[in-house]
Design a protein around this ligand. Sequence first.
Ligand code: GLN
Length: 446
Amino acid sequence: AMLDRIKQIDPKVRAFLHVTEDLALSQAAQVDEKIAREEEIGILEGIPMALKDNMSTEGIQTTCSSKILENYIPPYNATAVAKLKEAGAILLGKMNMDEFAMGSSTENSHFFATHNPWDLDCVPGGSSGGSAAAVAAEEAIFTLGSDTGGSIRQPAAFCGVVGLKPTYGAVSRFGLIAYASSLDQIGPFTKTVEDNALVLQAIAGHDSKDSTSVPFEIPNYSEFLKQDVKGLRIGVPKEYFAKGLDEGVKGVLMKAVETFKGLGAIVEECSLPYTEYAMPAYYLLATAEASSNLARYDGVRYGYRAENVEDVISLFKKTRSEGFGPEVKRRIMLGTYALSAGYYDAYYLKAQKVRTLIQTDFNQAFEKFDVLLSPTAPTTAFKIGEKSGDPLTMYLSDVCTVPINLAGIPALSLPAGFVEGMPVGMQLMGRPFSEGMLYRAAHAFE
Ligand code: GLN
């Protein structure tokens, strides 16, 4: 049924880069056999899902929506992918994204743009736009995305689905093709909070193959859904309701605040004073890390290799000039500059200090509040082409999401209402490893 749905709807939405039809059918047949034999089944047994194309899938092309990895076939599975397989989920295919997860609209894909299922003239958000659009268009029951500065939450908001960025270190990054390693996290897109908790249950946990993965006791996330929000302390950071926020979006969020009050939560305004420095710090740190991570694409070890080259240097130059798209090149240049001798202290080091201040902001807020509430993005989905010529305006769609990655805390986006027929996302943020609390609040609301 899912494969039929993809055939019917994906020519319009264009969420999939690659549909693994034969594999899906053979996996499904195995599930049928397992059930016929009355064997024990996994928590996601037989559930059709799809993956952002920056997650390594053994024997299946993994392109990061880049020409430089167009023909790359990983010899192993990412840990999150292996865990989903273990849990019995069925892979439908790989999803479109901004090249190397750099972007907020999925227009930076080397292959094609994805369309928002609510309005095909609009972007689905990014960089995990394909993953978000597929769940919204019912082309998969769930998908995985990655979030470095908002790439799960912002497309979840634009497409009207639930998206979680887990605590840094809660889900293994092994096999996730790196953009900015100190910020990247894998997380689920689903239609409901309940489904989201089940997928997180399957993928969370310590992994010795990822040195930044944290050993922690995995709670039963679904248990949290049984609790109400009476007495829950919700902070509303005023900096997230500042200029640039669409009036309609603000109205939806204010109504959400009233709903929470009606449910018995204690909602109060609070302040995260360093918020305004998050954006510049993020774009320095993320590009610095990216410039280092992307140095490995040189035409020797992976993917695309330029032809007619004279020597090694011209092989590197030609391969990278032809293989990377304009946004990726812009970021490699910015990051290389920020890390270069003489500028390191002025930019990179300063940004690291700002990062610490932002963490302190959140720590202080969480002394008083259990959860913080904000818009996920300042506007609803914008038109395809509207911002693609102006990188700075595009970067501003992340203003509500990037501080969370700098702090390493978990945050979830869930549908809160509509403005002119387009979905609005509400972001809930919590203390490290408080995903259960976020699910509890989100489930009470939805
Ligand atoms: N839009 C942000 C960026 O372009 C975030 C991307 C992401 O989270 N992968 O960097």
